[in-house]
Ligand binder design. Structure first.
Ligand code: SAH
Ligand code: SF4
Ligand code: F3S
Length: 447
């Protein structure tokens, strides 16, 4: 049987899809192009209206495949599946499985059953009480140097605009021994770079009444694992970023100088209405402490423009905060109404044109700040974890791409005449040029 997975949304969904793909292959299924597959899987995102609409239009296109091959069926998973549930069955007759984020571990078996029993429909939408542990399907030995490790499921913050607590459920921390066992086994397979994943990793453990350690302790245990060169975590909620976690940046050289710390707005009035539970001043204090521990730390953020009631002055404060912090990059979005959230029923909605204009202003400013930050790297050395080869610049030199300690993309030329493959290694690169979203350099000769 052939399958194809299409993934929308965040790192969590990407990671879930990778697990599903590996598990299906282990069970003898074959990966294929979408037009060749007998089972089509959509892993969906509901964080804004646009990605939700993409799911319906994608499903609409799959109708053609189904009319050519009525045996084929579709499984819809992830956050839109959790939100919309069995209503998918009525709207798209070729959808035969819906599964939420917690249902994922049961999906391989459900798909096998559906392929044996035509006409059957299944839904896996219940939230589990604890972290939905799944069999580890590990990558093949030596094929990759970077991996993600889930440490929690769900979120308890209920920010006024956000649907995630409704689609991914309450926060449940994963057993720390299971986390560490997975890290160890990835390291034993040649992985050098780990990213810990969760909607709000800084509050890891707090839901377990002391059964699991707090985040900074988990982080220390992982940072000390032999063989780990690079450690990162995402996403962080500023209110839960503890002084112990901040101190870890000064203490563990393998904890990368990079942090994604969503600010959302620079206005205290808007932050309050969003229910973010911190002020701009709190946020800036944490930034200062982080920079004291690691002066070179690269900060990135998420920002929402046009939250209900946002005034021109509020928006100005967001721009001011961006300049003040100097975020290397940001993800920015126009506020979008999500069903079931508090913000959806707020008054003072901002009209589309105003939201669009604010987003443009914000993104122009971000481009300037990002460019200046990349420009500052020129002339410096970077430690680059090589991901693979990139386009050659001349016949005599091999080129590679990778990421520096702070996660910036670096393309570089290997020493001329060398035909070694540096993929998976960490090499030293002299930065020569700042491009629009990446750096260019040349590898320093190995002494
Ligand atoms: N748990 C993470 C990520 C949540 S979703 C965190 O708290 O940072 C990723 C981003 O999408 C959010 O940070 C927010 O900026 C944006 N987002 C969430 N809901 C939104 C909405 N209704 N409209 C616009 N942007 C939204
Ligand atoms: Fe959504 Fe807020 Fe939870 Fe992030 S912290 S997932 S923005 S509710
Ligand atoms: Fe989207 Fe769900 Fe992730 S809503 S951002 S896929 S948690």
């Amino acid at each position: 049987m052939r399958f194809h997975i299409t993934t929308f949304g965040c790192q969590m969904n990407v990671h879930d899809s990778q697990w599903l793909g590996r598990t299906m292959r282990d069970k003898g299924w074959e990966d294929s192009d979408e037009d060749q597959a007998e089972v089509l899987i959509l892993n969906t995102c509901s964080v804004r209206d646009k990605p939700e609409q993409k799911v319906y239009s994608h499903l609409g296109r799959l109708r053609d495949y189904w009319s050519r091959n009525p045996e084929l069926f579709v499984a819809v998973g992830g956050c839109v599946a959790q939100q919309v549930g069995e209503a998918f069955f009525a709207r798209f007759p070729y959808v035969r499985l819906v599964f939420g984020p917690d249902g994922l571990p049961m999906v391989p078996e459900a798909l096998a059953r559906l392929s044996r029993e035509p006409g059957l429909r299944l839904s896996l939408l219940d939230f589990t009480e604890s972290f939905p542990e799944r069999d580890t399907a590990l990558p093949d030995q030596g094929v990759q140097s970077q991996a993600f490790v889930n440490i929690m499921q769900g979120c308890d913050n209920y920010c006024a605009y956000c649907i995630v607590p409704l689609t991914r459920g309450r926060q449940r921390s994963r057993n720390s021994e299971a986390v560490i066992a997975e890290c160890r086994s990835l390291l034993s397979r040649g992985v050098r770079d780990l990213t810990l994943l969760g909607q709000n990793v800084n509050s890891y453990g707090l839901d377990t009444k002391g059964r699991e350690p707090v985040f900074s302790d988990l982080l220390r245990n992982i940072a000390e694992l032999p063989g780990l060169r690079r450690l990162r975590f995402t996403t962080s909620h500023p209110k839960d970023l503890s002084s112990e976690t901040i101190a870890a940046f000064g203490r563990f050289p393998n904890l990368c100088p990079q942090l994604h710390l969503p600010l959302q707005s620079g206005s205290n009035a808007v932050l309050r209405a969003m229910g973010r539970k911190y002020t701009l001043e709190h946020y800036l204090d944490k930034v200062e402490l982080l920079r004291r521990e690691r002066p070179e730390i690269a900060l990135s953020t998420d920002l929402i423009v046009g939250f209900p009631g946002e005034t021109d002055q509020d928006f100005e404060q967001t721009l001011e905060a961006m300049r003040h912090v100097g975020f290397e990059s940001s993800y920015s979005f126009m506020y979008s109404d999500r069903p079931g959230t508090r913000a959806a029923s707020m008054e003072n909605k901002i009209i589309q044109d105003v939201k669009a204009a604010r987003l443009k202003t914000l993104q122009d400013l971000q481009n300037e700040i990002s460019q200046a930050a990349l420009q500052e790297r020129v002339g410096q050395r970077a430690e680059v974890l090589v991901e693979g080869r990139s386009k050659k610049r001349s016949a005599a030199t091999q080129c590679f791409r990778g990421r520096d300690e702070s996660g910036r993309t670096v393309n570089f030329a290997a020493p001329s005449g060398s035909d070694l493959d540096f993929s998976g290694q960490i090499v030293s690169v002299r930065i020569l040029e700042a491009k629009k979203h990446s750096l260019w350099g040349c590898m320093e000769e190995v002494p």
